[in-house]
Design a protein around this ligand. Structure first.
Ligand SMILES: Cc1ncc(COP(=O)(O)O)c(C=O)c1O
Length: 383
């Protein structure tokens, strides 16, 4: 089936592109839609008992004391910063190899992102480079779990503890991941998840904060409803970051099969690995043996940018959508403007960004589709 996608190459030039295989597809079954319908038809439209049930089930799933549902992954991190009182002039150590939300929230609060380079194999924040940039202004470390694989989160939490810092883990793609026998979400001071449409579990849009700190949890609950601890009684300057009941109903329905979803994602990744084996110009994802990956993304690494671009364009010409996860965040126009960042500042991130390619991965993907993609890659590499 061809999905038509309109995109602009310039303001004047609108091109119609056709993708036979999209890079991701939402995972929604009949029973999920029914759960949302049931919520709506019983007038559960705003945040209510279904959100509470979703939070309890999520806390149970991760073995944490508190789960607070919000309206996006971005909100989960913004509220975490607010709950920790991080803002004006504070510094937060983070990764440049991420979606913009991770460090945008830091800047939203007039704090500063201090970018540290990544590990060349997992593409996660390199813990060995953190201590060198800690100053008196540092308040937190904000790593991400790249593509769904945990960062070295125990080591990062140890560094944080040694220096009296908080860890806000951006686990947007990593629900259900495991690091050294601990569930992602159960280790850091606060962890944020995203449940956007492409995620392994989606609530339409949505997010979640988990923490074992009861005080921080209570603060997040207040912050997400304009700072009110009860109706018309405002004890903080918060925001509206609430998740509505129908979205939570979708989340509960999907949570029932999350482990099945992750098994299937791992099978798809294994099949890609097998099909790409022996192509010396390509490195398939590196997984540490103590991590369980969620494969929200399946990202391969090429020998050089020229080959990456050849394959990327070749796949596109054959109707296969891909993504570059991610362009270096510190080199985005607004970051260069605000902080005067320039090329060469974070060489590993910049180099990896030139060579990575995210391939399609979604639950209903077939072996035929994976064969189609890997055959094109193999042929183009040899040509
Ligand atoms: C690493 C990372 N952080 C944060 C976000 C933001 O999540 P949301 O789109 O739910 O706000 C995303 C979204 O994909 C992400 O990939």
């Amino acid at each position: 089936m061809f999905v038509q996608l309109l995109y602009k190459t310039s303001l004047k030039n609108i091109v119609l592109a056709e993708f036979k295989i999209r890079v991701a597809q939402p995972n929604v079954l009949e029973e999920d839609a029914q759960a949302m319908y049931d919520a709506v038809i019983t007038n559960h439209l705003g945040p209510g008992p279904i959100v509470t049930e979703f939070e309890e089930k999520m806390a149970d799933y991760m073995g944490v004391k508190n789960a607070i549902a919000v309206n996006s992954g971005t909100s989960s991190m913004l509220l975490s910063l607010d709950a920790l009182g991080i803002g004006n002039g504070d510094e937060v150590i983070t990764t440049p190899f991420t979606f913009a939300a991770t460090s945008n929230v830091i800047i939203q609060r007039n704090a500063h992102p201090i970018f540290v380079d990544i590990e060349p194999d997992t593409f996660n924040l390199d813990p060995k480079k953190i201590e060198a940039v800690i100053t008196e202004k540092t308040k937190a470390i904000m790593p991400i779990d790249y593509g769904g694989q945990s960062a070295e989160i125990l080591e990062i939490n140890e560094i944080a503890e040694k220096h009296g810092l908080a860890v806000i883990e951006d686990a947007a793609p990593a629900l259900g991941g495991v690091h050294k026998n601990k569930k992602v979400g159960s280790i850091s001071t606060m962890t944020g998840f995203s449940f956007g449409p492409d995620k392994n579990l989606n609530t339409g849009e949505g997010g979640l904060i988990v923490t074992n700190d009861n005080e921080l949890a209570e603060k997040c609950k207040i912050l997400r409803k304009n700072g009110a601890d009860r109706r018309y009684h405002h004890v903080e300057i918060g925001w509206n970051a609430k998740m509505p009941d129908p979205n939570a109903a979708l989340g509960i329905s999907q949570l029932k099969r999350i482990d099945e979803i992750l098994d299937k994602k791992n099978q798809l990744a294994d099949y890609y690995n097998k099909k790409l084996e022996g192509i010396s110009e390509i490195i398939t994802p590196t997984i540490r043996n103590y991590n369980k990956h969620t494969f929200m993304l399946y990202v391969i690494l090429f020998k050089n940018n020229k080959l990456r671009e050849k394959i990327r364009i070749g796949l596109e010409n054959n109707g296969v959508e891909t993504r570059i996860n991610f362009p270096p965040l510190h080199l985005q126009p607004i970051y260069k403007k605000l902080y005067n960042f320039s090329n060469g500042m974070l060489p590993i991130c910049e180099d990896i960004s030139e060579r990575v390619l995210g391939l399609p991965i979604f639950l209903k993907m077939t072996e035929e589709e994976q064969d189609y993609i890997t055959d094109i890659i193999r042929k183009l590499v040899i040509d």
